[in-house]
Design a protein around this ligand. Structure first.
Ligand SMILES: [Zn+2]
Length: 420
């Protein structure tokens, strides 16, 4: 059965996909013979196979005998694997396949990777090159959190979206509210009422545009930020102009000097703290929970690679926090001389550089039989005992502490264990 990397949902699955992309980036073919195939969702696989059969025919014209064979072998391998599908999955399917050299010429082996991406593939693409074409997939996994931005004063309002680092202006509206008039008595009061009515209508229009633009992002909208030079932003935020689901997401009101597009940029700079706080709030919350217990109830936590692995083994780990920068791998290795078999946690670099591991018994060279990232190893163990695993970035102070103070691995326990 073809092995397929399913659509990533958890932090562990996202980490796995990231790692696989890094690995694929390092692979190079001997010639123009690595195939990248992007299939949009719902596309009948019979159509795709027909197209690949045609490519197989075209490949017969390739001059280099070795390249021709490698391309045709890869195509056959893909067609073989695609037979398990009727149509492309919910977000489509991405296939990387080709002959990867092991050492010198003639040592190539066909490798095939099938990935259900986190976001829908929007185009059909077949490419044959000396490298895999990874950019569209990399773009999908890039953090693209979206924030709603409203810059408002009495005269003008701009609704915008902040996506990753890009600003998209949705709409700029003007109020048409006349300036202050020097009139007295009765007519001034009437005038003030009209102005209030006009302002209300203006806020309503701004709210409608913001609701329409922001709500379609659902859970992916991380927050709303409202800015402006005067008190108008408070009036707008307090009133019932924004949908209640958006009101809950307002991260803050920010004083700025400008309106319009200039105001949007000013707000983006001034609101950096609000934005980064919300982006990493979940990671910080997890780590703070650990730190709190460490201070109040230290028997309920543990940290360090050996300690957490022990806790896992005893079924005591409830929540495991692991740094995505931990850079460790789990290997099973066998001694070529005395056949001793060992399990070991090593630096990821050791595997990448294929540095020889020495046998603790006879000093002979250990051959790596099996290797996986420490994250994968822990995720597998955790699944068996029902522990939850969260992979944390180093973008926050807390994430840095996890890596540098606690060895990149910490756990909150289900029951007390005296491990240290
Ligand atoms: Zn040995």
């Amino acid at each position: 059965m073809a092995e397929v990397l399913s659509k990533p949902r958890t932090s562990v699955e996202k980490y796995r996909l990231k790692k696989l992309i890094e690995e694929l980036e390092r692979k190079t073919g001997r010639g123009t013979e690595l195939i990248s195939l992007y299939i949009p969702p719902g596309r009948p696989i019979s159509d795709v196979i027909a197209a690949l059969r045609e490519e197989h025919g075209t490949a017969a014209n390739i001059k280099s005998k070795q390249t021709r064979k490698n391309v045709q072998d890869a195509l056959e391998s893909i067609m073989q694997r695609l037979k398990y599908f009727k149509k492309a999955p919910e977000t489509g399917l991405i296939v990387f396949c080709g002959a990867i050299p092991r050492a010198g010429p003639g040592t190539e082996k066909i490798e095939c990777y099938m990935i259900v991406p986190p976001e829908p593939v929007s185009f059909y693409l077949y490419r044959c090159d000396s490298k895999f074409y990874l950019e569209p997939l990399k773009e999908m996994i890039r953090e693209k959190e979206t924030y709603g931005i409203i810059v408002i004063d009495r005269n003008e309002a701009t609704v915008a979206l902040l996506k990753g680092k890009n600003i998209e202006i949705v709409k700029t509206l003007t109020s048409g509210i006349p300036g202050k008039h020097e009139k007295g008595g009765q007519s001034q009061r009437r005038f003030a009422r009209i102005i209030e009515q006009l302002a209300h209508e203006f806020y309503k229009r701004v709210g409608e545009h913001a609701n329409k633009a922001f709500l379609e992002f659902g859970e992916n909208l991380k927050g709303v930020i409202i800015g402006g030079p005067g008190p108008t932003k408070e009036d707008f935020a307090k009133g019932d102009y924004l949908d209640y689901r958006l009101k809950r997401k307002v991260l803050g009101l920010v004083d700025i000097g400008y309106t319009g597009e200039e105001g949007v940029f000013e707000l983006m700079w001034k609101a950096q703290d609000l934005i980064s706080e919300s982006r990493y709030a979940e990671e910080r919350r997890l780590m703070q929970k650990f730190l709190y217990l460490l201070a109040k109830n230290p028997e309920m936590v543990t940290y360090g690679i050996n300690e957490v692995l022990q806790a896992l083994k005893h079924g005591a780990a409830g929540l495991i926090l692991i740094s995505e920068e931990i850079g460790k791998a789990y290997v099973i290795a066998r001694c070529k001389a005395c056949k001793l078999k060992i399990e070991k946690i090593v630096d990821e670099k050791v595997i990448a550089r294929e540095e020889p591991l020495k046998c603790p018994k006879c000093g002979g060279i250990l051959e790596i039989v099996e290797a996986k990232t420490l994250v994968d190893y822990i995720a597998e163990k955790a699944e068996k005992t029902g522990a939850k695993v969260e992979v944390l970035s180093t973008a926050t102070v807390e994430g840095n502490q996890l890596l540098n103070v606690f060895g990149g691995l910490a756990a909150i326990l289900r029951f007390k264990m005296s491990l240290r």
